[in-house]
Design a protein around this ligand. Structure first.
Ligand SMILES: *Cc1c(COP(=O)(O)O)cnc(C)c1O
Length: 374
């Protein structure tokens, strides 16, 4: 059996360090905003190439607090429109709704699954004030074109980086912040999730915002901590959304392995791309650079139900990211009449195959052989 994702095996690689850091946390008993939180925020900001990082309780809160932070700073106001990809995890869209803003659903480029710049241009009206670009499945969005467009039209460009920790590129464009062009430093602000299955995953929930804007950093630091800078002094109406100190300690350990893990994911992806020759499977687009960290290896197949039965029979784990597009979810029924044919087409055909840094060479080989017999 090749599991879709073996979290035990992933985290067991760090067992000794995780246990030691847990013991230290238990002795220190500084559970909320302790020294690990601060250290992780500094280390993660440095990793991303930003001035600041604020830990949050999860990725959805990180996204929501970026938008609420912009409202706090009068850069956005209630009812403003925000462009989002139609084919994303529902959290991207929920964050817009939770911040009392209005999502504008935009179709992807069917090759990369990321926002199509032409569709973004078509969807931009006077009321649109921001764009959330999702680096879906770990691959950078069309950042160069989106940055240029955002700059020319005075739009706030936000990254949903929940699937792309560590992806990077070189940019030939002036940005709000300086080099290196790593995920988290490309837009005005970025939201990360440390949900256990992500490329950098905690042993529970966690999230973070990265930005180089000091005012936004201050606003979000307060918003996530009851609107407070100083204990029991509340300046704004805040939330409780802090990153647990013990999770921050675990993340500090796992951050050290992130680049090597991403490199392993890319190497496995290359093997798949070279080895899988079955014409029934449409393989993902990859330009071979470090702009992809393969959170998911997504193929398209005409008869997905039949393919899943084949995978089950051959003991290969699989998942669908995601089976129902957000605008067809019951919770978002006000958007159900939208015409989004590319998104709907993709959602019927996509399926994610196992890809993670703990897959062995033998497992990868056997997977390729089996897929070629379908
Ligand atoms: C996982 C994910 C989120 C939300 O993260 P949580 O930590 O689960 O709240 C947001 N956006 C995308 C694209 C994600 O994959």
């Amino acid at each position: 059996m090749i599991k879709f994702l073996d979290l035990h095996k992933i985290n067991n690689r760090f067992r000794k360090e995780l246990e030691d850091s847990f013991s230290k946390s238990l002795d220190a008993s500084n559970y909320i905003l302790g020294s690990n939180s601060l250290k992780f925020e500094n280390e993660f900001a440095q990793f991303c190439g930003t001035k600041h990082c604020v830990g949050t309780a999860n990725g959805l809160d990180a996204l929501t607090l970026i938008l609420k932070g912009f409202i706090q700073l009068d850069k956005l106001k209630k009812g403003d429109k925000v462009i989002v990809p139609a084919n994303t995890f529902i959290a991207t869209i929920l964050s817009v709704l939770h911040a009392d803003l209005e999502p504008v659903f935009v179709e992807p480029n069917p090759e990369t699954y990321n926002l199509s710049i032409d569709e973004v241009k078509n969807a931009t009206t006077e009321d649109v004030k921001a764009i959330i670009m999702v680096h879906l499945y770990g691959q950078l969005a069309d950042v160069e074109n989106l940055l240029q467009f955002a700059k020319d039209n005075d739009l706030l460009l936000i990254e949903d980086a929940a699937q792309a920790h560590g992806a990077e590129t070189t940019l030939n464009i002036e940005r709000p912040i300086s080099y290196p062009a790593k995920v988290g430093s490309i837009g005005y602000a970025a939201a990360f999730s440390f949900y256990p299955s992500k490329n950098l995953g905690a042993l529970g929930d966690g999230g973070a915002v990265t930005t180089s804007d000091s005012e936004l950093f201050e606003a979000i630091s307060m918003l996530r901590n009851y609107g407070s800078k100083e204990k029991y002094k509340h300046e704004i109406i805040g939330f409780n959304s802090r990153l647990d100190d013990v999770q921050a300690a675990f993340l500090r350990i796992k951050l050290k392995a992130l680049d090597a893990d991403n490199q392993k994911r890319r190497a496995i992806a290359q093997h798949y791309l070279e080895g899988i020759t079955n014409p029934k499977l449409k393989l993902p687009f990859y330009d071979g650079s470090d702009n992809h960290v393969f959170y998911a290896f997504v193929v398209e197949v005409e008869d997905r139900l039949d393919f899943t039965k084949f995978l089950d029979k051959n003991n290969i784990g699989w998942l669908i990211h995601y089976p129902i597009p957000p605008h067809k979810q019951q919770a978002l029924s006000q958007f159900s009449d939208l015409k989004l044919p590319i998104t709907e087409h993709i959602h019927k055909r996509i399926i994610s195959l196992p890809i993670s840094p703990i897959l062995t060479d033998d497992e990868v080989k056997s997977l390729i052989n089996t897929l070629n017999t379908y």
